[in-house]
Design a protein around this ligand. Structure first.
Ligand code: SPQ
Length: 429
């Protein structure tokens, strides 16, 4: 278990960071490269632990993947090129890997066992195993197929008409990936729009998928063709520096190469509403995913309400938004965010517990949290609880703390941002 003394009492942050590749898009680039026909090249891939788990699973499914840091060469032989693995597939800490993989394996007529770490063992899988079972897949797992280890024997799939009970890009994507292999047209209705990287990837690999408001339709037995993918920087990683630049005095940070897919930019909207001095520059919409640079300066912030359709557009940024709210004047309410309870940790509980330890005024509610600002953060011993986003949020919080801050389980950060500390340290003045 790693323990790290965080930098505290920092006066200002100045400089530039090129944000590493998006985790969601990096996973999907490996998956689509594997199920397409031909040689896919990926640049600016994120070599974080989660995406490396995805590579390892696909290698065990018989796919040739050459990895050279941020560059990949994937030799895809179509869905039919995947072979029964001799070993159990270990997804590590990655919910995206296991849920999307189930959708791909749904149409494969062989057996696979899927396991993950302790956190994955607590995350609900029925949301995926349920609709896949309705499509004709044989799935099982602990507690009636709800938890890992999961075993799956795929085969012939019937299309499905499915209304998602929760707004989840992972569930939507798993059904789309199964739908791509079914006989006929699959329809999915989302309660609220979620990140659409899977839909964009399908088009980038020459496939077809239709979207009409919240209804998505995909026809089965499509042949996908290899592509060239440049992965934009991860706005969920950029979020830590956006908040750091806003809350530290006399700061100015330029963030380069940030993915600006509108299904992910809720953090920008909320920060602007709270009064952040945040500018989007050099936006480029030409690629399959929009990218741009962001400039954040020290800001005078006020509290706000974060709720409703906005939640899926910033779900992974809520821990860092909670920290931002501790430095805003007045009350911030975050609601409609029950999904936080089933992430790498129960992020309502871990955010509230750890920010309280540092001296913030924050309380948990049934579906979110209430934060009263502005608080002076002091310091203490905190833990990531094995959750990368909690670890990075605490590292940014520590910058403001007057006393020492010791972070337990700091190694979780490498799940999505292996270079987080060097990037943060380069900004400290
Ligand atoms: O992959 P994992 O572990 O689920 O990662 C998280 C994260 O914080 O990095 C969530 F814990 O991001 C999910 C995100 O919350 C990644 C994702 C995707 O790539 O499709 C979708 C979201 O999850 P969900 O359950 O809302 O679909």
């Amino acid at each position: 278990m790693s323990s790290y003394k965080l930098k505290n009492n920092i006066t200002r942050l100045v400089g530039e960071v090129t944000i590493p590749g998006d985790k969601s898009i990096s996973h999907r680039s490996v998956m689509f490269g594997a199920i397409a026909h031909g040689e896919t090249r990926v640049t600016n891939f994120l070599p974080g632990d989660d995406c490396l788990s995805t590579i390892s699973c696909f290698r065990k499914l018989g796919v040739t993947i050459e990895e050279n840091g941020h560059e990949l060469r994937i030799i895809g032989k179509g869905f039919d090129g995947l072979v029964e693995p001799n070993e159990v597939l270990d997804v590590g800490n990655s919910g995206t890997t296991i849920r999307l993989l189930m959708g791909i394996l749904a149409g494969r007529a062989f057996h696979t066992s899927l396991v993950g770490d302790e956190s994955i063992g607590k995350r609900p899988m029925t949301r995926v195993t349920g609709p896949l079972t309705a499509m004709g897949v044989k799935l099982d797992g602990r507690k009636n197929g709800s938890y890992t280890p999961i075993s799956i024997r795929g085969g012939q799939l019937q299309p499905i008409h499915y209304e998602l009970p929760v707004a989840s890009a992972q569930v939507k994507s798993a059904i789309i990936l199964a739908g791509l292999q079914a006989d006929g047209e699959t329809t999915i209705i989302e309660p609220t729009e979620t990140r659409d990287h899977t839909e964009r990837m399908i088009r980038q690999f020459g496939g077809e998928i239709n979207k009409d408001n919240k209804t998505i339709t995909v026809t089965g037995r499509q042949k996908l063709t290899a592509s060239t993918i440049f992965v934009p920087g991860d706005i969920s990683s950029a979020a830590f520096f956006l908040v750091a630049g806003a809350i530290l005095p006399e700061s100015e940070i330029v963030l380069r190469n940030v993915g600006l897919n509108p299904t992910r930019t809720g953090i920008i909207e909320v920060m602007k509403r709270m009064g952040a001095d945040l500018e989007v520059v050099q936006q480029n919409d030409e690629s399959f995913e929009p990218v741009g640079d962001l400039i954040i300066k020290t800001s005078k912030l006020k509290g706000t309400i974060v709720e409703g359709d906005l939640i899926p557009r910033l779900i992974d940024e809520i821990p860092i938004i909670a920290l931002l709210a501790t430095q805003a004047e007045g009350k911030t309410v975050i609601k409609d965010a029950e999904e936080l309870k089933v992430k790498e940790t129960n992020r309502i509980d871990t955010v509230v517990q750890e920010l309280r330890t540092l001296g913030a005024s924050i309380e948990a509610t049934a579906d979110g949290m209430i934060i009263n600002g502005k608080s002076n953060l002091l310091g203490g011993k905190v833990s990531s609880h094995g959750d990368h986003r909690i670890g990075m949020m605490l590292a940014i919080a520590a910058l403001l703390c007057t006393n020492e801050v010791q972070l337990e389980k700091s190694d979780a950060i490498s799940v999505s941002y292996p270079n987080f500390f060097p990037h943060l340290n380069s900004l400290i003045r």
